[in-house]
Design a binder for this molecule. Structure first.
Ligand code: GLU
Length: 380
């Protein structure tokens, strides 16, 4: 895709990673953060809508409190509380110079997972953009529940890093472009920090399993890595958004991108146009329950876009209520889809393996033939 076409966008989410917001000493990279603000202000003045997803709170708090590690319970949360207000003071000062109002929004997994909160957040963010505000979003690490492993054992949470958070925000707001700025130029055929033969990939037309396999783990300080960036790119391109992964350490990188410089890896939207509801089912909810299905049901769901019938169910794992989203896994345990269930886990156990005609006999009532209706299934 031509750069010009790629950059023909109105609504942009820009994610700034920890390693671009702080310098080698762990202090805030002042000139860089102000240059981001200067660049973003230009975009806003030119009529674009910009949402910032910022990391850096934990890192700045850790520095302020002179701590070596954040491993002990509650320490990361405390650092986030200290660092977040420092972080916001830079945004407030910088955007203030350009007379652009900003808003702080701190989010947890439940703000996406609980549909009424998700919808209300969307309304608020749209209102802020209408008022010409730049929303500055971060994970609310101070209260985030992902640290409470006992309660959440086995649960897949909607996000636990800012790469996925920025993809969920892009999806929620139907953003045209997500820009992920970190300390790497973009995607390579292998990790360039370890392998000098690594080749740069300037354009990705589809985030396939092969592309996902190029993902590496987080660099020091941040929680995301290339892996989470590729997962973010997959979600955004599936609903028709574009994604650019670029190096935030290049001076004035945002202005350079918008002046057409060939920087970063572009991810081109697919033709799938995943609907808002399917995005929410596939990506935005926390998932605990699992339904294991046989190969016939897997094929019917993946290749023929069919509903999940009780006859294809092999096993039910964990408890869930009617209307909750569950993982749909094959007999090897690989999750290949997610769906919103018509029956709770107890009912599913009683009807699994049987023909839909027997649901009435087994339960004494029958509201649906399918355990998950095709419209409520998202392939992963
Ligand atoms: N929310 C974290 C912070 O502000 C960063 C999360 C991430 O690196 O993805 O420090």
């Amino acid at each position: 895709m031509l750069r010009e076409e790629f950059l023909n966008v109105k609504r942009i989410v820009i994610k700034l990673g920890t390693n671009v917001l702080r310098n080698e000493e762990g202090e805030v990279a002042l000139s860089r953060i102000y240059s981001f603000i200067e660049d973003i202000s230009k975009l806003v003045k030119s009529g674009k809508e910009v949402i910032v997803v910022t990391s850096g709170a934990v890192g700045l708090g850790k520095k302020k409190l002179n701590l070596e590690t954040t491993n002990e319970d509650g320490v990361k949360q405390a650092c986030a509380a200290v660092g977040q207000s420092r972080l916001m003071s830079f945004y407030e000062n910088g955007f203030g110079v350009f007379d652009i109002p900003i808003a702080q929004i701190l989010l947890t997994e439940d703000d996406f997972s609980l549909r009424h909160r998700y919808l209300s957040l969307r309304t608020t963010l749209n209102k802020l953009l209408e008022f010409g505000v730049v929303p500055i979003i971060n994970q609310n690490d101070t209260v985030s529940t992902i640290e409470l492993h006992d309660i959440l054992a086995g649960m897949k949470v909607s996000f636990s890093d800012n790469d996925k958070l920025s993809a969920l925000v892009s999806s929620e707001l139907d953003a045209d472009l997500l820009i992920l700025l970190s300390d790497i130029n973009g995607l390579y055929t292998s990790n360039p920090k370890e392998n000098s033969d690594a080749e740069f990939i300037s354009e990705v037309t589809e985030v396939t399993d092969e592309i996902l396999a190029l993902g590496t783990d987080p660099s020091e300080g941040g929680r995301g890595g290339m892996k989470t960036k590729l997962e973010a790119a997959k979600l955004v391109t599936r609903f028709g958004g574009k994604v650019l992964i670029a190096n935030g350490k290049i001076p004035y990188v945002i202005s350079k991108i918008f002046s057409g410089e060939n920087l970063g890896t572009m991810f081109i939207p697919t033709n799938e146009n995943l609907s808002g509801k399917k995005r929410w089912i596939g990506y935005a909810t926390n998932v605990l329950g699992k339904i294991i299905v046989n190969s016939g049901a897997k094929d019917a769901i993946l290749n023929q876009s069919k509903s999940l019938l009780p006859i294809g169910i092999v096993d039910i794992i964990n408890d869930f209520k009617q209307g909750e989203v569950v993982s749909i896994c094959d007999e090897e345990g690989k999750e290949f889809a997610r769906g919103m269930v018509n029956y709770d886990s107890e009912e599913c156990r009683r009807i699994s393996g049987s023909h839909s005609d027997n649901i009435l006999d087994a339960l004494g009532y029958k509201n649906y033939d399918a355990v998950i209706t095709r419209d409520n299934i998202t392939h992963l």
